[in-house]
Unconditional design. Sequence first.
Length: 168
Amino acid sequence: MADTASNKSNLLCGLLAAATGGFIIAGASGLFGLDLHPAKGVPAWIGIGAGGLFLAGGFAVILQSLALARPAPDGGLSAASPRWLRFVSLALALFIVGDFVAIFSWIAFGPGERHFSTSFGIGGIFVSNGGGETLGRVAFGIGAALGGAIFLAFLFDGVRRLRRRDQI
């Protein structure tokens, strides 16, 4: 178990991330009466999903900071943690990965024009140019496919661990 100061720091960071996510979700939902969409044609759910990443990540950090949470050597929660806590932790991880997959999929396969740029540096010299739409969509498509595979791995491993009493 981490020391109390570390848990308080983690709790504060988790609360800050969750509050940031809530603010982004509220803004993307139009709660503030502002048009916060970064570009025309971008659906509101993209902004809501981005805020959801912060919100779920903040909650995940908060869960890890609870006194009930017993860490496992692999960084997850051990079987000594309550089952409900392990389930919520798995649900948050699946939401985060699934949210990334949804956003990356929309970027790769959604309607409308996309603008990408590429840059790289060698020895302190940086080169930047406009990237092609096709290359950017392919890159995000690959990211979405890899994210989907990670989602399935988390799902199957998490369910397996929840079913076994000696794991997670």
